[in-house]
Design a protein around this ligand. Structure first.
Ligand code: NAD
Length: 467
C-alpha cells in the first residue's frame, strides 16, 4: 500500500513548488543542468533499488526494468543535456516590412508549476521522463505517481527529496482522493498519462483554471501483417512488443489484422516466438511479468471465451499469471473494432497478454476497420510492399506509424511521442518536451525614430495604408 499524502497538506505542497518557482531558483540555465544531473544521479545510483521496486510492483525482470524504465529515462536526460543550450538560445524572429525598422527575438520562458500524473504500468519512466522536460524548461514540479505501483511510488517519494531537495520537485502520493484534491489547485501545465476516462476528469478540472494539458492516453493499437517472407522475424518482434510487461503497455500491439489464408502460419510463428522468448512454460520464466491486480486479471481472463485460444490461455489467479495468449477470431464480412464489435476483446483496449488475430479480406479493409473507430496511439505495419505501407500512412490517423517493428518509437528521443484525438493531445520527448513546457515569447522592439507608425495613425491620408 502507498502511504498517501494527507489531502489537507496538498495546497501547502503546491504552494511550496510555486514559491520556489516565483523565487526564480529553477530559471537559470546552469540550475536546470544541475537538476537534470541530479535526476540522472537518482536513477543511476539507485538502479538496483528501483529495479527491486519494479519487481515488487509488477514482477518486472531487472534487465527489462533497466531497458524500459531506468535507462530509457537516463537516455532522455542525456539527450536533453546535449541539446539544452541550443534549444534555450534566444532566436531572431522575422519582422515584416510593414513594421520596419524593428527587431524581434523569440525567448523561451518556463511556464511555472507543472503537475505530472503517472500510471502504474511503467511507473518510473512515465513519471520521470516528462519531468526531464519540465526541469529542462525551468519549471518546478509536483509529481503524482500511481498508487497501483506502491513500491515504486514510495521509493520515489523518499529519493526525490534526497536528490532534488530544495522544494522545486514535490511528490504527492495517493489515489483518487489525493489526485482530486490536487486537481483543485492551480497549475501552469498538467501532463497526465493514463486512461481516457480519467483524462476527461483531468481536462475538466484543468478548464477551471485554464490550465493547458498534455494527455497521454491509450487505445487499441492495430497491426497489419502480410510479410510472408519474413514471418519468423515479424512474429518475434510482435511477440516481444505484445507480451513485454505482460502486455500492459500503452503502445503494445492490441490486435493483428491479416488475410484468412495467413492466419495458420502466423499463429505457428507466434507460438515459436513465444517459446523462444519465454520458454515452453512462461510461468516459470523469470522474464515474464504478472498482471497488476485482481480486477485487471479477471477482466483479461474474461476475454478468453471470446475466440479460439490458439496459443497459451493458461492462467492462475493466485499469482495473477496469464500466459502469452493468441486468440483467433472468426472471419466476418465487415469486421468491427470498437464498442459495437461482436467480440468483447475488440470492444476496449486489451492492456494485457491477449493477442487477437482478426482476419480481414485485404489491407484496404483493414484501413476501414481502423478508421471506423477512435484514432489509435500507434499503428504497426509489417509489409514488404511500399504501396501497402503508404496506404496505411496516408489513409489512417494515429499517434505514430511504425513499419517492421512495434513499441520502439517510444525510445526515439528525437521524435514527438503522443496520441491524436481520443489517444491523446500534445506530445513530449526531447525537444518536443522543451516546447511543451516552455512558452515561446516574442519580444519585439520598434524604435521611436523614425516614427513609421505615424502612417498607421489617424488622420489618415487619402491614399491610406495597407499592411
Ligand atoms: P488511470 O487513468 O486509471 O490512472 C492514471 C492516474 O490517474 C493514476 O495516477 C491514478 O491515481 C489517477 N486517477 C485514477 N482515477 C482518478 C480519478 N477518478 N480522478 C483523478 N485521478 C485519478 O490509468 P492506469 O490504469 O494507471 O493506466 C492504464 C491506462 O493508461 C491505459 O489506458 C493505457 O493505455 C494508458 N497509458 C498511456 C500511456 C501513454 O504514454 N499514452 C502510457 C501508459 C499507459
Amino acid at each position: 500500500m502507498t502511504t498517501a499524502t494527507a489531502a489537507s497538506s496538498i495546497p501547502a505542497t503546491v504552494a511550496a513548488a510555486r514559491g520556489r518557482f516565483e523565487a526564480g531558483v529553477t530559471r537559470p540555465l546552469p540550475e536546470r543542468v544541475r537538476r537534470l544531473r541530479a535526476l540522472r544521479a537518482l536513477l543511476v545510483e539507485n538502479g538496483p533499488a528501483l529495479a527491486d521496486a519494479l519487481f515488487a510492483d509488477l514482477r518486472k525482470n531487472t534487465a527489462e526494468a533497466y531497458l524500459t524504465e531506468i535507462d530509457v529515462t537516463v537516455a532522455e536526460i542525456n539527450h536533453t543535456l546535449r541539446h539544452l543550450r541550443r534549444w534555450a538560445r534566444p532566436r531572431r524572429g522575422p519582422v515584416s516590412l510593414a513594421l520596419a525598422p524593428g527587431r524581434a527575438r523569440l525567448l523561451s520562458e518556463p511556464l511555472g508549476v507543472v503537475l505530472v500524473i503517472a500510471p502504474w504500468n511503467y511507473p518510473l519512466q512515465l513519471l520521470l521522463s516528462p519531468l526531464v522536460g519540465v526541469l529542462a524548461a525551468g519549471n518546478t514540479a509536483v509529481l503524482k505517481p500511481s498508487e497501483l505501483a506502491p513500491a515504486t511510488s514510495s521509493l520515489i517519494a523518499r529519493l526525490v527529496p534526497r536528490y532534488l531537495g530544495d522544494g522545486t520537485v514535490q511528490v504527492v502520493q495517493g489515489g483518487v482522493p489525493e489526485t482530486t484534491e490536487l486537481l483543485t489547485q492551480r497549475f501552469d501545465h498538467i501532463v497526465f498519462t493514463g486512461s481516457g476516462t480519467v483524462g476527461r476528469v483531468v481536462l475538466r478540472a484543468a478548464a477551471e483554471h485554464l490550465t493547458p494539458v498534455t494527455l497521454e492516453l491509450g487505445g487499441k493499437s492495430p497491426v497489419w501483417f502480410d510479410d510472408d517472407a519474413n514471418i519468423a522475424a515479424v512474429a518475434r518482434r510482435l511477440a516481444w512488443a505484445k507480451f513485454t510487461n505482460a502486455g500492459q503497455t500503452c503502445v503494445a500491439p492490441d490486435y493483428v489484422m491479416t488475410t484468412p489464408d495467413r492466419v495458420p502460419a502466423l499463429v505457428a510463428a507466434l507460438r515459436d516466438a513465444i517459446g523462444e522468448l519465454w520458454g515452453t512454460d512462461p510461468r516459470a520464466s523469470e522474464h515474464y511479468g504478472r498482471i497488476v491486480n485482481d480486477r485487471q486479471f479477471d477482466r483479461l481472463v474474461g476475454y478468453l471465451g471470446g475466440g479460439e485460444v490458439a496459443v497459451g490461455g493458461g492462467h492462475d489467479r493466485a499469482e495473477r499469471y496469464l500466459a502469452p495468449t493468441v486468440l483467433i477470431l472468426p472471419a466476418g464480412d465487415a469486421p468491427v473494432v470498437g464498442p459495437d464489435a461482436a467480440h468483447p476483446v475488440l470492444r476496449e483496449e486489451i492492456f494485457g497478454p491477449v493477442l487477437p488475430i482478426l482476419p480481414v479480406a485485404s489491407a484496404r479493409q483493414a484501413v476501414d476497420v481502423v478508421t471506423a473507430w477512435d484514432k489509435p496511439l500507434a499503428l504497426y505495419v509489417f509489409s514488404a510492399s511500399p504501396r501497402t505501407r503508404r496506404l496505411f500512412e496516408q489513409h489512417t490517423s494515429s499517434g505514430a506509424v511504425v513499419h517492421d517493428a512495434a513499441l520502439v518509437h517510444v525510445a526515439a528521443t528525437g521524435l514527438p511521442f503522443g496520441g491524436v484525438g481520443p489517444s491523446g493531445m500534445g506530445a513530449y520527448h526531447g525537444q518536443y518536451s522543451w516546447r511543451t513546457f516552455s512558452h515561446l515569447k516574442p519580444v519585439l522592439r520598434k524604435p521611436l525614430r523614425p516614427d513609421t507608425l505615424r502612417l498607421a495613425q489617424p488622420p489618415f491620408r487619402e491614399t491610406g495604408v495597407r499592411l
